[in-house]
Write a protein of this length. Structure first.
Length: 367
């Protein structure tokens, strides 16, 4: 690794406007850790590479791995209709045609519940008109996943192709609970987090991030100015879809173990890497597997995630030689144009350059 180039790329993200950015890159036994900027804009307290962080939808890889562990145990059929297990949550024809696999790879056709949550539950930002009206009002609101699933199920079906939807992963959480008799969080912790030997990763037990962490600054496309801290938040609105807390070091350990076949079997890992074309939350066509997707190319596999005020991307090379995890304490910094589309921002280019540098091979191997 070129440590100087990684340092420069990390600093560029901070200079482009992110209050704090921290990362870890591993290549064999070599480890680079970096941090630039502040964890608190008021006190100026610096970020460090060891901070705990809300990792958003990176949680989906953990949840998918836990489901596949149950598949291996014979408790779940990957191509069994979800209505076989949860007929009350997914009744009728859709319950008989949507399989467990379709939930994991987002080809179920079940709509995202978030755009419907504001008018129905008077909660969350009104995503349909992109305003941040209720973020503060619902910091401490505890949501019932069954209610949220019903919103997604009751909305008009989407696709094909598949469309990325948190409704799918809330259903997977209910499926895990149904077949194990315990909570999804308990199962994911036992079968995935503990199996990977992660010491600083877990689901929140309240509204705070326990341990050293950064504040999380949400801009909501320039509508919150200056950006506001949302590190204190009840994450029941996403549950096993996006509520996990981790560190960049733990994420690297996890993805290395996963791609090495140490979390799920080699057969299950092959299923995870079988991709289909879906529409991302940003409206782009992407290739997506079972809670896992190629990052830039099929040499690296991982997942990204966002929460109010924070973002994460973590991935590992398929050959196990390199891993990287990058976290930022800001989100939705782009302004919107007249059509409501996010406009490019210098942070976007700086982050893309950091990702490329994190995935760069050394000159000795000429890769």
């Amino acid at each position: 690794m070129d440590h100087a180039r990684l340092d420069a790329a990390l600093d560029a993200v901070h200079r482009a406007g992110v209050p704090g950015v921290f990362a870890e890159v591993r290549a064999g036994d070599e480890v680079w850790c970096g941090a630039a900027g502040v964890a608190d804009v008021e006190t100026g307290h610096p970020v460090t590479a060891g901070l705990r962080h809300r990792v958003g939808s990176v949680t989906k890889t953990f949840t998918a791995a836990a489901v596949l562990r149950q598949v291996e145990a014979g408790r779940i059929g990957l191509d069994t209709p979800i209505g076989h297990y949860l007929p009350s949550l997914v009744p009728g024809d859709r319950g008989q045609t949507i399989t467990v696999r379709m939930l994991i790879d987002h080809t179920s056709g079940l709509a995202e519940y978030l755009p419907y949550a504001y008018p129905s539950l008077k909660a969350f930002p009104d995503l349909a008109s992109t305003t941040p009206d209720s973020l503060d009002d619902h910091r401490f609101t505890r949501f019932d996943p069954v209610e949220l699933i019903a919103l997604g199920f009751g909305a008009p079906p989407v696709g094909p192709p598949g469309v990325y939807s948190n409704t799918n992963y809330l259903l997977l959480g209910q499926l895990i609970e149904h077949v194990t008799g315990g909570s999804a969080e308990e199962c994911i912790t036992r079968d995935v987090i503990d199996r990977a030997g992660l010491r600083h990763t877990g689901f929140p037990t309240g509204t705070h991030v326990e341990g050293p962490h950064s504040k999380l600054y949400e801009s909501w496309f320039g509508m919150i100015d200056p950006p506001r801290d949302y590190s204190v938040f009840d994450m029941s609105w996403v549950g096993p879809s996006a509520s996990l807390i981790s560190t960049v070091a733990d994420l690297n350990r996890f993805f290395k173990a996963l791609l090495a076949g140490e979390i799920v079997s080699s057969a299950s890992l092959a299923e995870m890497r079988r991709t289909v074309r879906i529409v991302s939350q940003e409206g782009k066509l992407i290739d997506y597997g079972l809670g896992l997707h190629p990052v830039e190319s099929t040499e690296f596999w991982g997942h990204g995630g966002t929460v109010w005020g924070g973002g994460t991307l973590a991935a590992a090379s398929a050959d196990g030689r390199r891993q990287f995890a990058i976290a930022v304490n800001a989100q939705r910094w782009n302004r919107l144009d007249e059509s409501g589309r996010p406009q490019p921002h210098p942070i976007d280019a700086a982050l893309a350059a950091l990702y490329r540098e994190a995935m760069s091979w050394d000159t000795v191997t000429n890769r």
